[in-house]
Design a binder for this molecule. Structure first.
Ligand code: GDP
Ligand code: IMO
Ligand code: MG
Length: 423
């Protein structure tokens, strides 16, 4: 029995969906523990492409239980759209479970997300605009509305009125927007609530029972370590804890139930949204990575910023998540690059800094210190054994392992379910 966390080790979009889907074959349950439909996880099975935002990637296996834990924030409209999209493609939703304590994204959260960003002007975060931040804000302000509240219309109305009593003042007085009305929101959400209702349960109880029965549980991370509200590049982060610690609070399972933590990392680095990015390539190599790696957001379609692999970031991810291994993805994208660079430290004034600093944005910049590795030209997407990889690819992988201090047990060489080397 090994319960595993699949966590993003960078700024999201590392290929968590692909790795979760690949490993889910051996799991009984696949669980999302945080984030919402700001996530976009791509899974490719044979010729079929699935883009999941809220529903765990395990849904593609009929016999697995798919669980949305209490740490997830749920937009009912997005949830139902995703459920119906899957159903139309013949995917069963019989084993889908939604936590009664997950918080609900309301229309005012989406509205406020956009308004807050606009007000921030040049210092905007570059959010996905899905209402994630305002929903988590309401959760911690103890003004939030939870899935369980949706199931009792009288309670929902009372809670909505209380929340609107506050939000309408903000909307009207700060942003000059029109007030919202609880009844209109209930009217809008009623058909979604009906479709979600049959899936709602006490997921903490369900998970702990499954654990007691020796079932194998995989926790699918959303976002990534550097988007973590506590350990990311604050304030350019999301509003939850995508790091491994978020699994316990986001599912109601204790830390002793977890065996392995897999950090998913691209063989290079990308970021969507604003914020510092020391190894960003604003040149033809950045474009090469974006074109070859199809680096465009699944959720917003925005072009992803691209750069070289950053080791201080990965060492930070190893520490704050307690990574036991890494899954290195998209190494096939590097094929054809003559000289591959890896940032091993930063130059900060006259100092060399080897560990990830708390503030990357600083008057004295953090400039990457690179080492260079020779590339390869061979197509590696067909490799299924480590020794089939060109020697220069093996050297690159082994150097990363040496620098970060954990083994790369999985090497992904293409987007498909089978395109990987398991060592
Ligand atoms: P996630 O948010 O971490 O699940 O990642 P995304 O789905 O947003 O982005 C990863 C993208 O890379 C998707 O389009 C995947 O299909 C694709 N992908 C995953 N692993 C590989 C790989 O090893 N090679 C290539 N070429 N593409 C991959
Ligand atoms: P997956 O699960 C990449 C980024 C946004 C923005 C910041 C805050 O696909 O890896 P938010 O809407 O969460 O308030 O935006 O976080 N962001 C992601 N970037 N992948 C994601 O998810 C992301 N989820 C949020 O671009 O910079
Ligand atoms: Mg993504």
């Amino acid at each position: 029995m090994a319960n595993k966390i699949v966590v993003g080790a960078q700024w999201g979009d590392e290929g968590k969906g692909k790795i979760t889907d690949m490993l889910a074959k051996t799991a009984d349950l696949v669980v999302r523990y945080g984030g919402g439909n700001n996530a976009g996880h791509t899974v490719i099975v044979d010729d079929l492409k699935f883009e999941l935002h809220l529903i765990p990637s395990g849904i593609l296996y009929e016999d697995k239980m798919s669980v949305l834990g209490g740490g997830v924030v749920i937009d009912p409209e997005a949830m139902v759209a995703e459920m119906e999209g899957l159903k139309e493609r013949g995917i069963s939703l019989d084993n889908l479970y939604i936590s009664e304590t997950a918080h609900v994204i309301m229309p005012y959260h989406r509205l406020l997300d956009g308004l807050e960003e606009k007000r921030k002007g040049d210092s905007k975060i570059g959010t996905t605009g899905k209402g994630i931040g305002p929903c988590y804000t309401d959760k911690t302000s103890r003004r939030g509305i939870r899935i369980a509240d949706l199931l009792d219309e009288k309670r929902l109305k009372a809670k909505l009125e209380q929340a609107l009593d506050f939000h309408n003042e903000v909307l009207e007085k700060i942003y000059g927007e029109e007030k919202l009305n609880a009844e209109d929101i209930i009217e809008e959400y009623r058909p979604y609530i009906e479709k979600i209702k049959p899936h709602v349960t006490n997921t903490s109880l369900l998970l702990n029972k499954a654990y007691a029965e020796d079932k194998k549980i995989f926790f699918e991370g959303a976002q990534g370590t550097l988007l973590d509200i506590d350990y990311g590049t604050y304030p350019f982060v999301t509003s939850s804890n995508p790091t491994a610690g978020g699994v316990c609070t986001g599912t109601g399972m204790g830390p002793t139930t977890i065996d392995d933590v897999i950090g998913v990392t691209k063989a290079y680095l990308t970021r969507v949204g604003e914020g510092p990015f020391p190894t960003e390539l604003d040149n033809e190599w950045g474009e090469f990575l974006r074109d070859k790696g199809h680096e465009y957001g699944v959720t917003t379609g925005r072009p992803r910023r691209c750069g070289w692999l950053d080791i201080p970031i990965l060492k930070h991810a190893v520490r704050v998540n307690g990574l036991t291994e890494i899954a290195l993805t998209k190494i096939d994208v590097l094929t054809g690059i003559e000289e591959i660079k890896v940032c091993t430290a930063y130059k900060h004034g006259d100092k060399i800094v080897e560990e990830f600093p708390p503030y990357l944005e600083n008057e004295i910049p953090y400039e990457p210190v690179y080492e260079s590795w020779p590339g390869w030209d061979e197509d590696i997407t067909g490799c299924r054994n480590y020794d089939e990889l060109p020697i220069n690819a093996q050297r690159y992988i082994e150097r990363i392992e040496e620098l970060v201090g954990v083994p790369a047990e999985i090497i992904s060489v293409g987007p498909g379910r089978k395109e990987a080397i398991i060592r």
